[in-house]
Design a binder for this molecule. Structure first.
Ligand code: FAD
Length: 282
C-alpha cells in the first residue's frame, strides 16, 4: 500500500519546526527515521496531511555524559549509534542501555530509527520506553512556548499515546544516574520482532547482597509499567524467583494473537528471574 497524499516540509531548526507544527496543528506529524511512521502511513493507520521532517537537525544528534553524571541522548541519535558507543561516551554503568539495542529490530532499522522516534511512538514493548520507565529518565520536549521536562513515569499515557502536544518536539532524553546492575531481556517469536513480553531490572547490590531494586515490564499493559510488588519482594530479601513470582501475580496482561494472559504471565516469571541474574553478573 502507498500512503495517503501529504505535504512534505523540511525543518531547518527546532524553532522553525515547532512554529510550523503550531501552525499546522493536528494535521501534521513529525517524521524522524520513518521506521514506524511510514509503515503506519502505508497501512493508512496514520493519514497526516503534513509531514515535518526533522532528520536534518544535527543539534538533536548527540550522546554524552552530562555534568551530573547522567546520560544525555539527543532525539535523533540512532539505535545503532548507541549500540556502537564507546564506554567513555556512554559513561560507566550504562551498559544496559547499549546492550538493549541488540533487541531492536534488525540492523537497517537500527541504523535509521531514532531514540526520540521510539519514545514519541510510545509502543508498550519498545526497549527505549521500558528503559526510560525503569531508570526514571526525563524526556525533554520543546514547543513555541519553550522547553519542558517530563518524567518518564508521566510521559506514557496509553497505547501509542504520550504527553506530547501537537506542537512539541522531543529533543532529548536524560538518564539521570548510572545503573551498574541493570539488565533488559525479552521474548519474541523471531529475533528482531517486537517483544511479546520484555522485562528490565535495576538492582541495588552491595557485592553479592541485593538490597532492593526496580522492576519494569513491557508488553503487559498499554504502556511499560514498574511493578512495586516485585520490588517489595526484593527489598524484603526474597530470591529472584520470589521477585519473578510477585511480578507475575501483580499484573494482568491482556491476551491477544501473540499470547494469552496465562502465557504472558509464564514469560514474566522466566524473564524477570533471568533479568535479575544477568544484572548481578555485570
Ligand atoms: P518515526 O517512524 O519517524 O516516527 C515515529 C513516531 O514518533 C511518529 O508519530 C512521529 O511523529 C514521532 N516522532 C518521531 N520523532 C519525534 C520527535 N523527535 N519529536 C516528536 N515526535 C517524534 N522498535 C523497538 O523498539 N523494538 C523492536 O523490536 C522494533 N522492531 C522493529 C521491526 C521492524 C520490522 C520495524 C520496521 C521497526 C521496528 N521497531 C522496533 C521500530 C523502530 O525502533 C523505530 O526506529 C522507532 O519505533 C521509531 O523511530 P523513528 O525515528 O523511525 O520514528
Amino acid at each position: 500500500m502507498k500512503p495517503a497524499p501529504f505535504r512534505y516540509h523540511r525543518a531547518r531548526d527546532v524553532e522553525g519546526a515547532t512554529t510550523l507544527l503550531a501552525e499546522l496543528g493536528d494535521e501534521a506529524k513529525v517524521i524522524a527515521g520513518g521506521q514506524s511512521l511510514v509503515a503506519m502511513m502505508n497501512f493508512r493507520l496514520a493519514r497526516p496531511a503534513h509531514l515535518v521532517d526533522i532528520a536534518g537537525l544535527r543539534e538533536l544528534d548527540h550522546l554524552g555524559v552530562g555534568a551530573e553524571g547522567g546520560l544525555r541522548i539527543g532525539a535523533l541519535t540512532t539505535h545503532h549509534t548507541v549500540e556502537n558507543a564507546q564506554r567513555h561516551s556512554l559513561g560507566a554503568g550504562f551498559d544496559v542501555i547499549r546492550d538493549a539495542m541488540a533487541w531492536i529490530g534488525h540492523l537497517p532499522i537500527r541504523t535509521r530509527g531514532t531514540v526520540g522516534g521510539s519514545i514519541a511512538h510510545g509502543d508498550s514493548t519498545a526497549e527505549w520506553c521500558l528503559l526510560a520507565v525503569l531508570l526514571d529518565a526525563e524526556i525533554v520536549v520543546r514547543s513555541p512556548r519553550g522547553p519542558r521536562r517530563i518524567p518518564a513515569g508521566e510521559f506514557f499515557h496509553g497505547y501509542y499515546t504520550t504527553a506530547l502536544e501537537p506542537d512539541e518536539i522531543l529533543t532529548e532524553i536524560v538518564f539521570p544516574r548510572p545503573a551498574p546492575h541493570a539488565a533488559l531481556t525479552e521474548f519474541a517469536e523471531r529475533r528482531g520482532d517486537f517483544a511479546i513480553v520484555a522485562a528490565a531490572v535495576d538492582l541495588d547490590a552491595d557485592g553479592a547482597a541485593v538490597r532492593g531494586g526496580r522492576v519494569a515490564l513491557g508488553g503487559v499493559a498499554a504502556m511499560p509499567v514498574r511493578v512495586p510488588e516485585a520490588e517489595a519482594a526484593l527489598a524484603a530479601g526474597g530470591s529472584f524467583r520470589d521477585c519473578a513470582e510477585a511480578a507475575a501475580a501483580a499484573v494482568d496482561p491482556p491476551g491477544d494473537a501473540n499470547g494469552s494472559t496465562r502465557y504472558r504471565k509464564h514469560l514474566i516469571r522466566t524473564l524477570v528471574e533471568r533479568a535479575c541474574e544477568e544484572a548481578m553478573s555485570r
